[in-house]
Design a protein around this ligand. Structure first.
Ligand SMILES: Nc1ncnc2c1ncn2[C@@H]1O[C@H](COP(=O)(O)OP(=O)(O)OP(=O)(O)O)[C@@H](O)[C@H]1O
Ligand SMILES: [Mg+2]
Length: 368
């Protein structure tokens, strides 16, 4: 069985596949010094993430919209031997930035450890092919290298998602790797020494409850970059618009049905509920338990787009976003319903230009 599928068949291409043209165009004009094993110079990596126009006229799309300096600090850290920790509340593009950094720097964003409460040490180090281990005893052929070991051997980047969910003792196995840059294999009386170019990008959510905080020994080995929520309404609208357009294209949904005015409205609702006050600062409202991040606004608009395309009258309007909005806001059926009702009655209802949204949300309740 072949496990490779052509890129236009996969549901979601890896960054290095989806943006192969941009990466090639950058490599072609990039004459600045590259750190060992890097596919691009730090300048080209930052242009890939932040967007720009190359001297040959090629347009590079912005992957990350926000503070340029944060991205530069992240890249500069990866060019040293310090690992990078991207920290932030959910939906602030930590995983997204990590994937694009790995794609631009090593041309491979697929070496990933997904951190969970059950992540075992083998997922970070190596495991065994047990049939072989039993038949032949420990040997290099029976060893199954994990993503970290592969990145060390290749001199590339490895990503660790949700680092703080990983149990503390397993997290600590990263300390030797990050400080000594070796991974001992006592069973074979050998070790893997990291090749130049090896580094690690971890992401962690600073909102998650019950997480395993990083030990100070481990934290010291990282440069921490905190990715913030978007500063302004306009910036957040731009992020949602860009992402909805590109998700729409990959799902073959016509993104131009999602008009800017509707995106503005969805983002406004999210920001108001998140910040606990209306955009004009006049009314205080309660915030629901859910995190209403940019990512939620993106999915409300994308599902609205699907509704409009398949069942609607050709544009994303109040009816198409209402269900998605309620679903995003009401995560706790009791508390959040009360908060949402209050917002609906005190804010949405009092905005004459939002009458259609008020009606669509009320209609949903009576339909239930
Ligand atoms: N500033 C931004 N620039 C570009 N895209 C953004 C920005 N903020 C959020 N997004 C978009 O939001 C979506 C969610 O991002 P992502 O999954 O990376 O969040 P996360 O920080 O890893 O969240 P979690 O903590 O839940 O894992 C992505 O599609 C990303 O494109
Ligand atoms: Mg993430």
């Amino acid at each position: 069985m072949s496990t490779t599928t052509s890129t236009d068949q996969v549901l979601r291409a890896h960054a290095e596949q989806a943006y192969a043209d941009e990466l090639a165009a950058l490599a072609a004009v990039d004459d600045r010094p590259r750190p060992p094993q890097w596919k691009l110079s730090p300048w080209a990596v930052s242009t890939y993430l932040l967007g720009g126009t190359l001297k040959d006229g090629t347009a590079i799309s912005a992957k990350y919209l926000g503070n340029r300096r944060l991205i530069e600090i992240a890249i500069a850290s990866l060019a040293t031997d310090r690992a990078l920790l991207l920290l932030g509340v959910p939906g602030t593009a930590k995983s997204w930035v990590s994937e694009h950094l790995a794609a631009a720097i090593s041309g491979n964003s697929t070496l990933v450890v997904q951190g969970t409460a059950g992540t075992p040490e083998e997922a970070i180090r190596y495991g065994w092919n047990y049939a072989r281990l039993l038949a032949e005893g420990p040997s290099e052929a029976a060893l199954v290298p994990g993503p970290v070991m592969r990145a060390m051997a290749d001199g590339g980047l490895v990503r660790v998602e949700e680092l703080t969910r990983i149990p503390a003792d397993v997290q600590d196995s990263l300390i030797t790797i990050l400080s000594e840059k070796t991974l001992p294999i006592p069973e074979l009386d050998t070790e893997v020494q990291a090749r130049r170019g090896f580094n690690l990008i971890a992401t962690a959510n600073n909102r998650d409850k019950g997480v395993n905080d990083l030990s100070s020994a481990l934290r010291r080995r990282f440069t921490t970059v905190v990715l913030p929520l978007p500063d302004s309404l306009d910036q957040e609208i731009e992020i949602v618009q860009t992402r909805v357009a590109s998700l729409g294209a990959s799902l073959e949904l016509p993104a131009d049905l999602a008009e800017l005015s509707e995106i503005r409205r969805v983002v406004t609702v999210m920001r108001e509920l998140r910040s606990g006050q209306t955009a004009d600062g006049r009314t205080t409202i309660k915030s629901p338990s859910s995190t209403l991040s940019t990512a939620e606004a993106i999915s409300v608009m994308t599902s609205g787009l699907s509704l409009a395309t398949h069942f609607g009258e050709g544009r994303v309007g109040a009816e198409e976003v209402a269900a998605g909005l309620v679903g995003a806001v009401v995560k706790d059926p009791i508390q959040d319903t009360v908060i949402w009702q209050e917002y609906l009655e005190t804010v949405v209802r009092n905005r004459p230009e939002w009458a259609d949204l008020y009606r669509a949300c009320r209609d949903l309740e009576t339909a239930n």
